[in-house]
Design a protein around this ligand. Structure first.
Ligand code: GEK
Length: 258
């Protein structure tokens, strides 16, 4: 069994060694087709998400800080839509509990295979990766559930039931961290934040053509909602205390306490 300090060092190494492969998926003109999390996306994922979500690395790091505060002995942590497991590694690095398990779940086999490669070379035995649809996944005895930019890809009709299932699977005092791309009911604000977001993407090295093509590919795949919509769903599911802890333009993260 690896000692905690060496597990932490390994986790830090894995998280800081974000895959350097550059996202050039939309540099050439493509024929229409919806965005899918296949091997070509998984192979550039870390570069893509760091350059596409303002504050992504801060959010990953703060998920670790929140996990340290909220993990309960003998409980489970769920990272739903884990991709390459960046949130899971951040939590494994920070959590002090001796007895807990992180269930990292994603329905993209390409993502899970790469995460399993990382796990093999990281010796982080508390993280268990599984390829599954989070709509069908069982949530049980949880102290922390993370939905970091995942709910936006789940069919709208399935979102209420998923959040209700998360609430039921949490222990009292457990938390849900949910990060999403958001839209605004005020059309002017919506336009302003979208424009600022595209300026950010250009600053991160994406061309106007790449931005436009990705936007088209994501239409109908990534379906954002308003912060009010998220708040209402969380309250209806039974969460008593909830609020935004991070926001940059049209990206936000909320924490909800059971
Ligand atoms: C991170 N959380 O780095 N079941 C399981 N996985 C799903 C489903 C579903 N129904 N729908 C989508 N996914 C990560 C980032 S990325 C966000 C999350 C982004 C998965 C999908 O395969 C992908 O890996 C992930 O959700 C979304 O902290 O790419 O913008």
């Amino acid at each position: 069994m690896l000692r905690r300090s060496s597990i932490s060092r390994e986790a830090t190494r894995i998280v800081s060694e974000f895959d350097q492969s550059k996202d050039q998926l939309f540099t050439v003109r493509r024929t229409a087709g919806d965005f899918v999390f296949d091997d070509s996306v998984a192979s550039v994922f870390d570069d893509m998400i760091s350059r596409s979500i303002p504050g992504y690395r801060t959010i990953i790091s703060m998920i670790g800080v929140m996990a340290k505060r909220h993990c309960q002995e003998g409980s489970a942590i769920y990272d739903l839509g884990c991709s390459l497991g960046n949130a899971s590694f951040s939590m494994a690095e920070q959590v002090n509990c001796q007895d807990y398990r992180i269930h990292a779940i994603d329905n993209s086999q390409a993502m899970i295979s790469r995460l399993q490669d990382r796990l093999r070379s990281s010796e982080t035995p508390q993280i268990v990766a599984k390829c599954a649809d989070i709509v069908d996944a069982e949530i049980f005895n949880a102290s922390i559930v993370v939905l970091n930019f995942t709910l936006q890809f789940v069919a709208k009709a399935s979102r209420d039931a998923l959040i209700k299932k998360v609430h039921e699977g949490l222990r009292p005092g457990g938390i849900l961290i949910i990060s999403e791309k958001i839209e605004f009911s005020d059309p002017d604000l919506n336009e302003l934040f979208t424009e600022l977001y595209y300026n950010f993407k250009q600053q991160m090295g994406y061309s106007k053509m790449e931005i436009a093509q990705k936007r088209t590919a994501l239409e109908n795949v990534l379906v954002p909602e308003t912060l009010d919509g998220h708040r209402q769903r969380l309250s209806a599911a039974g969460f008593s205390a909830l609020d935004v802890w991070f926001q940059c333009f049209n990206f936000a993260s909320l924490v909800a306490v059971k």
